[in-house]
Design a protein around this ligand. Sequence first.
Ligand code: GAP
Length: 457
Amino acid sequence: MTAQNMDELVALCKRRGFLYQSSELYGGLQGAYDFGPLGVELKNNLKAAWWSAMVHERDDIEGLDASILTHPAVLRYSGHEATFTDPLVDCRDCKKRSRADHIVDGKCPFCGSTSLTEPRPFNLMFKTTIGPVEDGAEFAYLRPETAQAIFTNFKNVVDSTSRQLPFGIAQVGKAFRNEITPRSFIFRVREFEQMELEFFVEPGRDEQWHHEWVQRRLDWWREQGVSSNHLSRYDVPEDERAHYSKATVDIMYQFPHGVEELEGVANRTDFDLGSHTKQQAELNIQAQVEANTDSTAKLAVQDRTTNQWIVPFVIEPSAGVERGVLAVLNDAYTNEVLEDGKSRIVLRLKPHLAPIKAAVIPLKRNHEGLVEKAQSVRIKLQRLGIGRIFFENSGNIGKSYRKHDEVGTPFCITVDFDTLDSDTVTIRDRDSMSQIRLACDELPAYLIDELQSKSSI
Ligand code: GAP
């Protein structure tokens, strides 16, 4: 049985240190969450899996890590200043604000009043002042998507890598949106991370590549342990699409609160590169006249065989890290009734995502010989570079197993009194709960093999 509702997941995340409400000590900051000791491992593992699939396993994608602070001109010419808005409605009675598309039957979702204002556009971008004088003249935006810096660095990357079409630029990083109504735990927040790929293709090949990327992204989510039954695709109709999109397919996921977007795969055409090129040309006209050059930054690729300049079309798979974390947690969460009638909660995370790969547990807490041996086993395994190996000195094996089931640790290794004589340990498998005894020498190879074979589908 998976999680019955969001509350079960939220409780587990808090209890075990995956996620905390941001600024909780001072009453909480709405729409912001902090990843705890296990959450940060899970999140980093998910991002690493994405980076590996995008940048390392392919040879047609480059990486980028651009600044969050963004020059206002970038977001003016990308169309975000004018169109990155949600329709906002005020309730005249309770004074709360809602998104107009969240109003049902003309009633305020908070108090039920029908005394609502007309919807007005509300821009979702956060601004911050630059420099020591807060007069508002010098400001920057916190980027609302990572994509724009990929477009503005397009020429830099092409010039320094000599890429030809098709090729992509990938980026993982923070994005900020002043959402009117953050909600559903980490599903809709004001500060989040995106894993975005801008894949540049020849115009005319865009539809084929769009189809290809939707399939690849669905496959990737399945490789992260997301069940096919919880995934679906939604062909976004024109009136719901972003201003730059010719076609968008949303990858939808059955979250505990309902079916909603996990990732968007958009065909952004040449909208962004075209728009920045045009603005560059206009801004540079004067400079060119003065310098008598033709140095306009052309956001285009020159085909080596035809010498033709091509402004590529862009296919953009864009996934939210928080929504990804929520999806893999939800799919992994299992409330199991055991043969003896007892139950256990187990996170059946794919091992490559598990925050802790193995826990090493001395049978008796603070027993000098056992603790020393357990620590030496832990250090040896930690040095394999397979992720976090945890020293669990609770002295209560049953309790340790329950804890590590709940946080998704694939293996528990127990160091007992036999270990001191025979240099063997027991390894317990999280999913089957079966145990085997193994020589300490064989542990590294066993763990590497098992983690790898259980991670692939
Ligand atoms: N560059 C394209 C873009 O930003 P988007 O559909 O607005 O497209 C992409 O966002 C993804 O970012 C979404 O599919 C979602 O996973 C994530 N995302 C967007 N807004 C979010 C929010 N307020 N909280 C958490 N994740 C969000």
